[in-house]
Every structure is written in C-alpha cells, then in structure tokens.
Design a protein around this ligand. Structure first.
Ligand SMILES: Nc1ncnc2c1ncn2[C@@H]1O[C@H](COP(=O)(O)OP(=O)(O)OP(=O)(O)O)[C@@H](O)[C@H]1O
Ligand SMILES: [Mg+2]
Length: 501
C-alpha cells in the first residue's frame, strides 16, 4: 500500500501549523518525520489519521483520492495511529483495551473474554512481552502502557502504522524491543511513519526522512545519506553545540542527606547526599526503583525505615505541599500522565504548584505570578500564543516546557527532575540543559533522574546507578561514561568508589 499526502495546509486561527507539505509512505518502509517542537508533525499525522480535516490538499491511497473525515475512515483504510498522548482506558484490563470498539463477541452478543485474552497473549508472545493480558491498565507503568498501545496497532493488522513518539517514555531495553517489533512489521510489508526526537533512532532504524520546520517541509531524503548532526541542523536551521556541559567547581554545603532509606522491595538501604550547586544524576533500567525513591523523598511515596536530613536537620516530609514549603521541587516524568491538567489553560498549568508560595494571607498575588510566568516563557522559549489558550493547543514538547516552568517558578532549593528532556527536540534540549546549569550556578542542588546514559554523562557532576532498588555504584570523573553506567545498570558488581556520605 502507498499513501501520498499532497500540498497539505492546516491553520489554527493565526497559527499556520502545516504549510504546503507533501509526504508519502509505502508498505515495507520506515519514514521518519522529524522537526522541532511545534513544527507540525502531529498535526500532519492527525490529518492522515482522520482526526483533523486539512484546509487544503489531498490524500491518495494507492493513487485513489480519499476523504478521511473521522479516525474510523483512516483506520478502515488500513492506517493505525499510535498517538503522542496515550489513549487507553485505565479502568479496563489490557485485553479489553486491545479490542476497544472492536470487541470480540460470542453468538448472542456476549463478550468473548477468553478469545480476547488469548489473542492478546498471542501478540505478547510473538513480541516477547511479559505482561498478563488481564492486568488493569491503571496498574501499568507508562512504558508498559506505551507497549500496549503499540501491540494494539499491531493487532489491527494495519498496512500503515503511524507512531508519534513511541519511544519517548521507554528505557533503552524497551526501545530495543519496539525496534524488533518494527523490524518484524517491516518484513511483513507494513509501512511505518516514525516520529521521534531521538535522532540516533532515526539513523539506526529509518529508511527515509522528512524534516518540518515551522510547518514547512525543509528537507527530505534517504537516511543512509545523512548523519545525526546533519539532521539536527536541518531541524533547527543552524549548527548545534555538542560539547560536554559539566562545570568543574567546588561543591557547596550539603543540602539533602538520606541515610539507610528503605521501602518494601522498591528501594533498599539507600544512602547518599546532595550538595548546593551540584548536579547529581540517578539512572538505571526499568525497575531500578529511582522513581519510587525520589517520590518518597518528595512526600508522595512511602518510607519504611531510614532518615532524611535537610540542611543537617532531621526531617519528616508529610506530603508534597510540605516538601514544596521546605524547598524541594519535583518535575514528574511523563507529561502525558502526571504533568498536565487537560482542563486548565496554559497559564493555570504553569502556575498551579506555586499557588501556596504566592499565597499571601489567602490572596494569591496574581500579578507577581504572571510576571514570573512571562519570564519563564521567554527563558524556555516556549512557543505559544495566549496564556488563556487550552494546554492541548501547545505541541507536545512545549507542554513539557510548561511543566518545567511551573516548577521553576517555585524557586526550589533542591530540584528533582525526572526525565526532564522527554519528548523535547534537540534545540529545546540544549535550552533545558542550559537552565539546569544555571540552576546549579545559582547554588540549587539539582537531581536528574534519567534513563539516557548520554544525558547523564553530558550534564551531571556525578551519578548514582541503581539496580533493583539498590545503589549499584557511583560514577564520576573517569568512570563517568556510558559503558560504566550500562555495566552497573545491568547489575554488574560494584568497583567504583562509594561516596562517603
Ligand atoms: N488544537 C490546536 N489548536 C491550536 N493550535 C494548535 C492545535 N494543535 C496544534 N496547534 C499548534 O500547531 C503547531 C504545530 O503543533 P504540532 O502539535 O503539530 O507540533 P509537533 O511538531 O507535533 O511538536 P512536538 O514535537 O512538540 O510534539 C504548534 O504551534 C501548536 O501550538
Ligand atoms: Mg507532536
């Protein structure tokens, strides 16, 4: 099957999201669609997926013009769409989600649960996914939800699959699995549109590429003819720096110290400390426990035993508001689920956590809060129109920046960032790194949780590598490299220096 989109235009009010773009994909090829945050990638694919009508232009399937007025039209033409935002129902088990709208029924109209479970299990087996189809979606980690979405598209037997940033919340191991799945699909002559900000994935896995910038097609060609730097350059329109960003300086006083912290099997006997002006990385593979650990420190998770010290005072953090008042900020991972409140507008989303701080005798200083917001919009180069616009009108990466803005305006003393550059483009990533470095310069203690070893090596002063709930080792200076991080993250013995807490 071959899909062609010809001279497509789409505006939202005064925003010209897609301008005269032509794009095609055929069975058996993987086409990368790349571009900065807000470049128009999701909009173009929403048109192909029948989610949005184009203002102008046409779509051809095997040379025949088609009209996709609803997602169902596109689906019945054989196009499956895995959206950037997750589309699963939390209150249903996996197998029912796999068959949403296409439930299997027995004679007499009763749902054929066994059959649905069995078919789901078959797909999982074929892809070597260890998940019980009867698990409630609510109980899945986001990365597994993403895997369920991909499996669902595979089960639809689509001829073309659109994947809008399928790997942004996955760990390296899971990404490997997704690529294997994609390889199988390709051999079965399925065509794939692959949207990703991880350009090495594009180089590794795609056949062709198209680059959008400000809604226009600015480059296209064969992946074998380009490298990561060339792709990055055509995305942003100029060269990007690649230097290491670590700044060597004396670390300041200790801000946070954790001694022997444990909870269940989530994390065990964790001891470490963070100092003013330091950027501490924490990394590991899925199930390493870093998120549970830092949620516990932030007061949104549980602690069984052990102690916490802030500025050498032993403390007990009751809840997240308490943590915030004590100067701890926490940028949650997965904007898709934790960062954004869909019913609030851009400004409200950016300000919500700081309400307690701008609250003076029960009255919120609106003006001060707005000033702060404008500052952040400039600093983070957030692409948006009006403060009062719905948050969904921002592109995915710009939503992520809004989430960052809201935590920055809380002026934390310790700032924990969980996957801060998830889903942001290469240019914006550099912006975020700059901000993190600035925070450290301002003597804030920064903790970065990340599954990208490359990112850790690039910006952190040192890093803790976790494995199944324990600190497997610490890397810094000479041992601060991707190889050593991977070695520890996969459970290899500890031979690096343990920090004297
Ligand atoms: N429903 C909408 N209403 C108003 N503006 C919108 C809407 N959807 C998208 N836009 C605007 O259209 C432009 C393109 O957005 P789009 O979501 O297609 O970007 P993207 O390339 O997918 O970016 P990202 O990498 O951040 O996901 C942006 O300026 C965005 O703010
Ligand atoms: Mg998008």
């Amino acid at each position: 099957m071959k899909i062609e989109m010809k001279n497509i235009y789409k505006s939202f009010g005064a925003t010209e999201a897609v301008k005269d773009v032509s794009f095609s994909v055929a069975g058996g090829e993987v086409c990368a669609l790349i571009g900065e945050n807000g470049a128009g990638k999701s909009t173009l694919m929403n048109i192909l997926g029948g989610v949005l009508p184009a203002d102008k232009g046409k779509i051809l399937v095997d040379g025949q013009q088609v009209d996709f007025n609803r997602p169902a039209d596109s689906l019945s033409a054989g196009i499956a769409f895995i959206h950037q935002e997750l589309n699963l129902i939390n209150d249903l088990p996996i197998y029912e989600n796999m068959f949403l709208g296409r439930e299997l029924k027995k004679k007499g109209g009763i749902l054929d649960l066994e059959k649905m479970v069995e078919k789901t299990q078959n797909v999982f087996d074929a892809m070597e996914i260890k998940l019980d189809p009867k698990t409630m979606v609510r109980d899945l980690d986001t990365s597994y939800k993403q895997i369920v979405e991909i499996s669902r598209a595979i089960m639809m037997d689509a001829s073309i699959i659109i994947m809008d940033e399928p790997t942004s919340s996955l760990t390296d191991q899971e990404i490997e699995r997704v690529f294997e799945m994609m390889g199988t699909l390709k051999r079965q002559n399925v065509g794939i549109v692959f949207i990703s900000h991880k350009l090495n994935e594009v180089i590794e896995f795609c056949d062709r590429y198209s680059v959008l910038r400000n809604g226009e097609l600015v480059a296209e060609g064969l992946v074998k003819d380009v490298d990561v730097d060339q792709l990055a350059k055509s995305m942003v329109g100029h060269e990007l720096r690649t230097i290491s960003l670590q700044i060597k300086k004396e670390k300041g006083a200790e801000v946070l110290r954790v001694e022997d912290l444990s909870y269940n099997n989530d994390f065990k006997n964790i001891s470490f400390s963070v100092h003013k002006g330091e950027i501490l990385g924490v990394t590991g593979l899925l199930g390493d426990g870093r998120r549970e650990l830092f949620q516990a420190i932030f007061g949104s998770g549980q602690i069984e035993s052990g102690s916490l010290y802030l500025n050498n005072q032993k403390v007990q953090i009751k809840n997240t508001a308490d943590a915030l008042q004590r100067g701890i900020g926490y940028l949650p991972r997965n904007r898709k689920e934790n960062g954004i409140i869909k019913d609030l507008n851009v400004f409200e989303n950016a300000s919500i956590v700081t309400w307690p701080l701008f609250d003076h005798l029960g009255v919120i200083d609106q003006e001060k809060q707005e000033r702060k917001f404008e500052e952040q919009v400039k600093k983070l180069r957030i692409k948006m129109r009006k403060r009062s616009d719905p948050i969904n009108s921002l592109s995915g990466g710009n939503q992520q920046k809004i989430v960052l803005a809201k935590w920055l305006s809380a002026n934390p003393e310790i700032f924990i960032l969980d996957n801060p550059t998830q889903g942001v483009d290469v240019g914006a990533k550099e912006d975020i790194y700059d901000i993190i470095l600035e925070l450290a310069e301002e003597d804030i203690a920064v903790v970065i949780l990340s599954s990208e070893a490359k990112e850790i090596v690039r910006i952190c002063d040192r890093a803790l590598v976790m494995y199944h709930g324990v600190i497997q080792g610490e890397v810094k200076d000479k041992t601060m490299n991707e190889h050593e991080i991977m070695r520890l993250a996969t459970g290899a013995g500890m031979n690096s220096v343990q920090e004297g807490a």
